[in-house]
Write a new protein. Structure first.
Length: 338
């Protein structure tokens, strides 16, 4: 059983009421729009620098599944959930890594929202492992614009309600044995709020003694899907909000060359990129319930626009990732070594 430990690095955590007080108007926040090319001036929504740690029992071998963009509640999500359950029974799973856009199209609006059952609890009802979660732009509402930061407490509070949902803070880490995990909030970085996460990464990653350091977030560093590469999301380089310039800065400073493997979603397909960011392997696994086409020019070991998930096994010498389709058929395997 995991133990949750909160270590306050710079500030006391925000209360749920405080976050709700930050709720924007019905449309995009005029303060953020007015910021133009410098959205960081909207400091009211800057996240506190808090080191939140989920401690696991140390393990010499770790196995898990990773998928994102699953929150449709449609037949494909349930099919992928059933196949993950079977593969985990056959090959072993200690936990799942859940890569954002967990609730289409506008996230969760209350603690007892029926979407919790339809789009999370029921699709994975027979998979009895913790899900370590990150949030995507759709989880933050605005029909995918991701500006409703006041919704964050609903996801945090659900950690105390669910037997498997683990999201104690908007960014956190999981420690224990051969693998350490870092869950990042790249939606906040899209809007320019990332200095706190960057400082947190630069403090905690070098201090980790785990053999394998794995970070996960919603937005990609490189991707051949429609959203594309960080800094050029959706074909809009130079846009003050939305092109992923700040996501790229966050990952360049805190992940690239420091983390072994970076997992993400956002594009609804599965990719293992040939290019790394300073040696960090890059994987997209965003096909948990639906697909989008592949059209980019990044070289890949594997890419496919069909639903499915990633299974990972890591020990003291090697890490192996296997892509499965929605029916649980193995399609690709790659191993990296220490």
């Amino acid at each position: 059983m995991s133990t949750l430990v909160l270590l306050l690095a710079c500030a006391a955590p925000d209360s749920s009421q405080a976050w709700r007080d930050r709720q924007p108007p019905a449309g995009p926040d005029p303060a953020i729009e007015a910021a133009g090319a410098a959205p960081r001036v909207a400091k009211a929504r800057q996240l506190e620098a808090i080191d939140t740690v989920v401690e696991r029992e140390p393990q010499e071998v770790v196995r898990f599944v990773a998928l994102g963009d699953a929150g449709e509640g449609n037949p494909k999500q349930y099919e992928v959930g059933d196949s993950m359950t079977r593969i985990c029974a056959e090959r072993g799973c200690d936990y799942a890594v859940y890569l954002g856009d967990n609730f289409y199209n506008n996230g969760i609006g209350e603690e007892d929202d029926p979407q919790w059952d339809l789009k999370f609890e029921l699709p994975y009802a027979n998979l009895h492992v913790p899900f370590y979660v990150t949030l995507g732009n759709h989880d933050y509402g605005g029909n995918g614009s991701g500006y409703e930061f006041w919704k964050a407490p609903f996801y945090i509070e659900y950690t105390d309600i669910s037997d498997k949902w683990v999201f104690p803070a908007q960014f956190f880490r999981v420690t224990g044995g051969v693998v350490d995990l870092w869950s990042l909030d790249t939606n906040a970085a899209v809007w320019g709020f990332f200095e706190d996460q960057s400082a947190w990464l630069q403090a905690t990653v070098p201090a980790s003694t785990a053999t394998w350091k794995i970070a996960f977030a919603h937005h990609p560093y490189l991707s051949n899907g429609p959203h594309g590469n960080a800094g050029q999301y959706d074909g809009a380089p130079g846009s003050p909000i939305g092109d992923g310039e700040y996501v790229k800065e966050l990952l360049d400073d805190g992940v690239c060359g420091k983390i072994d493997l970076f997992l993400c979603g956002h594009d609804h397909n599965r990719q293992w990129l040939v290019d790394t960011c300073q040696g960090t392997e890059l994987v997209v696994s965003g096909a948990g319930s639906k697909t989008t086409p592949l059209s980019g020019e990044n070289a890949t070991y594997f890419e496919k626009s069909t639903e499915g998930f990633l299974w990972v096994e890591a020990d003291a010498t090697h890490l192996t990732g296997v892509f499965y389709d929605a029916e649980g058929n193995e399609e690709f395997e790659r191993t990296i070594y220490k």
